[in-house]
Structures are given as structure tokens and as C-alpha cells.
Write a protein that binds this ligand. Structure first.
Ligand SMILES: C[S@@+](CC[C@H](N)C(=O)[O-])C[C@H]1O[C@@H](n2cnc3c(N)ncnc32)[C@H](O)[C@@H]1O
Length: 183
């Protein structure tokens, strides 16, 4: 059976290698931050964002316990301020939208900031880079976020970006994702 998380990673891994700079725009419990940290290694760098201090604590713990190299900057701020923190371009960025599983469901990504954050993340992409955006349509805000992201990405210049959507069509509430690849 298709494993959506593994599929997401396989797209990202085509674009990143040791030494690259990447960003996890929704740190949460740090699973994606850890994946990025280990993939880009000591000579790379990972910027990770979350608005919940508890997410930074949980991520830091995960990184230390799993022996991640000290190649990360954990930032307690909204991802729509990413341009204040990230220096230079990124080879990959990841948005895992929604709320923290097992956490406060009212602290979820919201369309106003999500769309600005995605626009800024696209502006930060290096050549031959990727942005991956995972959407959770099982809750109302997630469903609307997904539709708005679809509208926004559909308008991107195809000479500069390739935008695609990957969705299991017989499971409408399952998460799905978009990729934006820069040329
Ligand atoms: C689905 S979880 C992310 C899971 C995470 N990638 C992991 O590996 O555990 C979504 C996260 O987005 C965070 N979030 C919500 N609004 C945000 C914002 N404006 N900027 C950055 N993070 C935000 C939430 O606090 C939550 O931790």
C-alpha cells in the first residue's frame, strides 16, 4: 500500500544532499526537522519554525536523543516571518499543516498566515529546489487551506516552477500534498 509520508520524503530526497540549507516551516514534534537534520548533515543547516514553545522543547529533545548533528536553528515565531531569519536560499522546505497530533486543536495553521508563508517560502527557493506542503482536509480550516493553496499554486509561472498535487482519491479526508519545484 502507498505510504504517503515515505512518498513525500522520496520527492524531497531528489533535491537535497549533505551541506544544503533547508527549512521545516511547521516543526511540531520534530520528526521532519530530524529527517532534514540527518540528511543535510554537519555541513548543512536546518531552520525550523513553530509558534508553540512546547514544539521547540519536544523537537530539541528528539534531535538530541537521536544524535542529530548540531546543524539547526529552532525558531519560536510564525512561518510567515521566515524571511527575517533565513539567510540565503533553501534547497527544500516543508509545511506539514494543521495542528499537533495529541495537542491543542485550536492551535492550527491558519489560511491568512499560511498563504503568506508559502509565498515567502517560494521566494526563498534556490534553483532545482522543492517545497512540499502537506494538507489535512479532515478539519474545516484544513480543507479551506488546501483549496486556497491550490488556487495560489495554479497561478505560478510554469516557466519557473512545476507545481503538482498528490492525493488518494478514494479517501477524501486523508492528508494529501503539493510540491513546488523550482527550475
Ligand atoms: C501537523 S503539526 C507539524 C508536525 C511536524 N512536522 C512533526 O514532524 O511533528 C503542525 C504544527 O504547525 C504549528 N503551527 C501552527 N501555526 C503556525 C505558524 N503560523 N507558524 C509556524 N508553525 C505553526 C503548530 O503549532 C503545529 O505544531
Amino acid at each position: 500500500m502507498l505510504d504517503i509520508l515515505e512518498t513525500e520524503k522520496s520527492f524531497i530526497l531528489k533535491h537535497i544532499k549533505e551541506g544544503d540549507t533547508v527549512a521545516d516551516f511547521t516543526m511540531g514534534n520534530g520528526y521532519d526537522t530530524l529527517f532534514f537534520s540527518k540528511t543535510v548533515g554537519e555541513s548543512g543547516h536546518v531552520y525550523a519554525f513553530d509558534i508553540q514553545p512546547a514544539a521547540l522543547e519536544s523537537t530539541k529533545k528528539r534531535l538530541v536523543e537521536n544524535g542529530a548533528p548540531e546543524n539547526y536553528t529552532l525558531i519560536c515565531d510564525s512561518h510567515h516571518n521566515s524571511d527575517k531569519y533565513i539567510e540565503g536560499k533553501i534547497k527544500a522546505g516543508m509545511f506539514n499543516l494543521g495542528y499537533l497530533p495529541g495537542g491543542d486543536k485550536s492551535i492550527t495553521t491558519k489560511r491568512e498566515t499560511t498563504l503568506v508563508a508559502i509565498e515567502k517560502a517560494i521566494g526563498l527557493l534556490d534553483d532545482d529546489a522543492i517545497l512540499l506542503i502537506a494538507v489535512y482536509p479532515g478539519h474545516e480550516e484544513g480543507e479551506i487551506e488546501g483549496e486556497l493553496i491550490n488556487d495560489m499554486l495554479s497561478l505560478l509561472d510554469r516557466k519557473k516552477y512545476c507545481c503538482a498535487k498528490f492525493r488518494i482519491i478514494n479517501s477524501p479526508t486523508s492528508s494529501y500534498f503539493y510540491i513546488v519545484e523550482s527550475k
